[in-house]
Ligand binder design. Structure first.
Ligand SMILES: Cc1cc2nc3c(=O)[nH]c(=O)nc-3n(C[C@H](O)[C@H](O)[C@H](O)COP(=O)(O)OP(=O)(O)OC[C@H]3O[C@@H](n4cnc5c(N)ncnc54)[C@H](O)[C@@H]3O)c2cc1C
Length: 227
């Protein structure tokens, strides 16, 4: 909300519930976008469409090698605050933290999850995660569940973000494939992208290693610290 307010304060406009359906390219330059609310002239597009990043990129004919996977979360009733740290285990495949309101948020990865957009939730996830977590954290035994939801990880082949500008289509930028850790890097990415767009290079952080070109190499090392 703070970012949206700042955008509006500086004269920007935000169109919510507006789907980009086409990106108009002429002589390898962006000249406009077709949306569910009509056509807008522009010479710059940033693809930050998360789970839909590959489809949106296809609108300009650029392949971004991302795939989206469902991740589920369960949220308990609130308990008195006593757990100030985040618990995470890559070998145990779980993470957990207590919110300021006292609820515990619990999640785990699912190696059997198929790529694709899917916001359903499953009893299997609840059963697996709860039995594991109660064993590790016995205080959770009689705690009630309040919510169970799912969201999408937009994965890249090495589980690191793909950020940069297209060499093929002038004016096309992308910031996608956050692979489940995009929230925490969002402010830094925003700054770096703004610099890249304005000055043609970043001023504070070198992000060239995040460009999609890295996948041309044969040996891609996958980030292991992802649950
Ligand atoms: C269960 C779960 C736990 C997570 N935990 C963490 C965590 O602890 N720390 C962390 O840093 N990250 C975490 N993440 C990851 C984080 O939420 C994402 O990396 C981050 O939200 C990505 O932001 P984004 O803006 O790129 O994409 P999104 O937030 O997905 O936004 C993309 C937007 O693009 C819009 N869009 C798509 N297609 C179009 C189109 N054609 N036209 C117009 N708009 C379009 C969508 O409607 C959406 O609003 C978690 C994710 C999940 C699912």
């Amino acid at each position: 909300i703070g970012y949206a307010q700042a955008v509006r304060r500086m004269g920007g406009q935000i169109y919510t519930h507006t789907e980009v359906r086409g990106i108009d390219v002429q002589n390898n330059k962006i000249i406009g976008i077709e949306t569910s609310k009509g056509y807008f002239k522009c010479n710059l597009v940033v693809n930050a469409s998360g789970p839909w990043s590959r489809d949106v990129s296809q609108l300009v004919g650029v392949d971004l090698p991302t795939e989206s996977y469902r991740h589920q979360i369960i949220v308990t009733e609130p308990l008195e605050n006593f757990f100030p740290m985040m618990a995470i285990s890559f070998s145990g495949n779980f993470y957990m933290r207590q919110t300021q309101h006292g609820q515990f948020i619990l999640g785990q990865g699912d190696k059997d999850e198929k790529p694709g957009i899917n916001y359903n939730v499953t009893f299997r996830f609840e059963e697996e995660l709860i039995s594991k977590m109660v064993e590790i954290f016995p205080f959770l035994k009689n705690v009630r569940l309040m919510r169970h939801w799912s969201g999408m990880y937009n994965m890249s082949p090495d589980a690191q973000p793909i950020i940069g500008q297209s060499e093929k289509v002038k004016g096309y930028y992308y910031a996608v494939g956050y692979s489940g850790h995009g929230f925490m890097v969002a402010p830094a990415v925003g700054e770096a992208l703004a610099e890249l767009i304005l000055f043609g290079k970043t001023l504070h952080t070198d992000i060239s290693y995040l460009d999609v070109k890295r996948f041309a190499e044969l040996n891609i090392e996958r980030e292991k610290s992802v649950v």
